[in-house]
Design a protein around this ligand. Structure first.
Ligand code: ADP
Ligand code: ZN
Length: 640
């Protein structure tokens, strides 16, 4: 680097010297520029020897140097200092019709000359063009991600990530055993393609891995490559779609070419939905580029033959928006769904990730798993990392349970915002609200036990929360359990009513969820007395995942709609009355718990037990019901 700079410096110095020499050689002496008036005076005094005229300038030489009185003093001085010889001068030509006459009168030799244009042409035309091309090249280089030159736009070498060895095995993937089993066949094939070829077995070309973000789709694809010991080509769907039409298609072609040379191997396309959205779904104009890219992918998938040993894995979390053409036989016709891990799975994933950190003997991964329902693999990996960071910050030798507590709080509720100031009145409201949730949860036999109550504001929305610990993951819920959940949700609001005789906006989220639950009971689970067993709505979630798809139009009459609304209203009113009764009976506990919360901000299970046994224990009132219903495990937090 340094050497190169030296060379450049020498080069410029040499060029500079050459130019100086040339100038010295060709332009001897000194050229003095004069005002036109002085030139005229010299002309009249007969001092001008000969001149050359161009359209814009006059240049020539003077015959002697006694110029006193004809030119400015300094000019005369300078000309004198230059000594003998020809005194060259130039002047700007002005519009002077008598010039030629004067020249003739003074008997000066004069000649016209056509100005040479090459220099001005160079400056005004060639140079801007050169600069323009330079800037353009630079811009292209930047847009092409450093791919360089104009010719390289369509080459995607910089964007295809090829890993010879992913280093990931099935051991690194925990809690999703069914998905692993399904992909085992792909591994077998890649390991010994010849055996399958000989027997003529049919091998899937494309496998679509469907799952929520962070559930380990990429990890699983890498593990397949790692297990089979084949190269792993990966690209993200959004990277295919570039600003120039045709580039994405070229990238697809390039990707497949590269992969075929390295077969057997795996091509992994992340975010397939970015590229494979159903064609014609765009309302605002079409996206030609995306369609071309998608078409190219389809052509490429149809064109190559599996026996070469290239298998395409793709991942998406939105299978329902994919173009149906992608899912036809011979393309992504195998689907592997990955769910968020259950209690058991979470424990296994925690085990995988905590291998890299030193755990204190007190750490029980099972209890951490129990407190993290709904966490995906990536969240759990993050959790372990947060806990390790917390331990390191505290200067501990091992990560203990307290670090995990802190990490769960962090991941669950966003960073603690201890410095956010709540005014004392607000804080009191939140304390009674959360105490209300907690006491109703304690009073209901079918509600999950309270693990922790906090009124430290977290994130933007939640002012406090009551965390309940489910003893197991639930896929079926009884009517009595649903009712108890509604009661717990209303607990916060009712506590505010009882204590302050007034209510706040903090319960909005609770009410929303209570209403949704009541609506589901009536319209989907057939749990209402007056409407009976009929269901009135399709579940509004996609078949694959717990994400809403477009709303179905109502398939019932206005009268039924009225009946549904009445029934929801009745469920909520009954729940409200029950909760009022419970909290009135527990008024002493409510006051005590709220006071304790105001003082300590966080109340854990042990403190709660101590408080409840000192006060009158919370009476359990029971509620019976027999029906069961499919229900996703619900979020256990009670924000607000
Ligand atoms: P996705 O592609 O589904 O969005 P990733 O595969 O990128 O998710 O997962 C991100 C990270 O989360 C992984 O690198 C891994 O550390 C962790 N992870 C996710 N799922 C699992 C799992 N089942 N077992 C172990 N680790 C997991
Ligand atoms: Zn609440």
């Amino acid at each position: 680097m340094e050497q190169k700079q030296q060379v450049i410096a020498w080069y410029f110095l040499a060029a500079f010297l050459v130019i100086l020499t040339i100038q010295n050689f060709f332009i001897q002496g000194h050229v003095e520029s004069l005002p036109y008036s002085e030139f005229k005076a010299l002309l009249h005094a007969g001092k001008v020897k000969e001149i050359t005229l161009t359209e814009q300038a006059i240049s020539g030489s003077l015959s002697d140097d006694s110029l006193e009185g004809l030119v400015a003093k300094e000019t005369a001085e300078r000309l004198k200092q230059l000594g003998k010889g020809e005194h060259l001068f130039t002047t700007i030509r002005v519009n002077d019709p008598s010039l030629v006459q004067d020249l003739e009168a003074a008997k000066v030799r004069f000649a016209g000359q056509v100005e040479s244009k090459w220099l001005s042409t160079l400056l005004s035309w060639v140079l801007p063009a050169v600069i323009f091309v330079g800037i353009w090249q630079f811009a292209i280089k930047r847009m092409g991600g450093g791919a360089g030159g104009l010719m390289a736009i369509g080459k995607s070498k910089a964007k295809v990530y090829m890993e010879k060895e992913t280093g990931v095995t099935f051991d690194d993937v925990a809690g999703i055993d069914e998905a692993k089993d399904e992909l085992m066949q792909v591994v077998e094939f890649l390991k010994a393609p010849d055996r399958y070829r000989r027997l003529g077995g049919k091998i899937p070309k494309g496998v679509l891995i469907v799952g929520a973000p962070g559930t380990g789709k990429t990890l699983l694809a890498k593990a397949v490559a790692g297990e089979a010991g084949v190269p792993f080509f990966s690209m993200s769907g959004s990277e295919f779609v570039e600003m120039f039409v045709g580039v994405g298609a070229a990238r697809v072609r390039d990707l497949f070419e590269q992969a075929e040379q390295k077969a057997p191997c795996i091509i992994f396309i992340d975010e397939l939905d970015a590229l494979g959205k159903a064609r014609g779904m765009n309302v605002v104009g079409g996206n030609d580029e995306r369609e071309q890219t998608l078409n190219q992918l389809l052509v490429q998938m149809d064109g190559f033959d599996t026996h070469k040993g290239v298998i395409i894995l793709a991942a998406t979390n939105r299978p329902e928006i994919l173009d149906p053409a992608l899912l036809r036989p011979g393309r992504f016709d195998r689907h592997v769904a990955i769910d968020r891990p259950d209690l058991n799975g979470r424990e296994k994933i925690l085990l995988v990730h905590s291998k890299q950190v030193t755990l204190a003997p007190s750490v029980e991964l099972a209890s951490i798993a129990a407190r993290t329902p709904g966490f995906a693999g990536a969240d759990l990996a993050n959790l372990v990392n947060e806990a390790a960071l917390h331990a390191a910050r505290a200067g501990k030798d091992a990560v203990d349970m307290e670090d995990f507590d802190e990490a769960i709080d962090r991941v669950v509720g966003g960073l603690e915002r201890k410095n956010r100031i709540m005014n004392p009145k607000e804080k009191e409201t939140v304390a009674y609200h959360e105490a209300g949730h907690a006491l109703v949860a304690e009073a209901r036999p079918n509600a999950d036990r309270v693990g922790k109550i906090s009124i430290i504001p977290r994130g933007i929305a939640a002012l406090g929360y009551t965390q309940q610990i489910p003893t197991e993951d639930r896929y079926l819920l009884k009517r009595s359990e649903l009712l108890d959940r509604i009661d717990v949700l209303l607990g916060g609001r009712v506590a505010e009513e009882l204590v302050f005789g007034d209510i706040s906006t903090g319960a909005q989220n609770d009410l929303q969820r209570a209403t949704d639950m009541a609506r589901h009971m009536v319209t989907q689970y057939g749990m209402s007395e007056s409407l009976g067993l009929a269901t009135f709505e399709e579940p509004r979630t996609s078949a694959f995942l717990n994400i809403p798809v477009s709303q179905q139009p109502a398939t019932y009459s206005d009268r039924t709609a009225q009946a549904i609304d009445d029934e929801i209203g009745k469920l909520l009113a009954d729940a409200h009355a029950r909760v009022v009764k419970t909290l009135e009976a527990n008024r002493g506990n409510l006051e005590a718990l709220a006071k304790l919360l105001l003082e300590k901000e966080v109340v854990d299970r042990a403190t709660l037990d101590a408080l409840l046994s000192a006060q009158a224990p919370v009476g359990k009132d029971s509620d019976s019901g027999g029906e069961t219903t499919a229900h996703r495990p619900s979020d256990q937090r009670e924000p607000g």
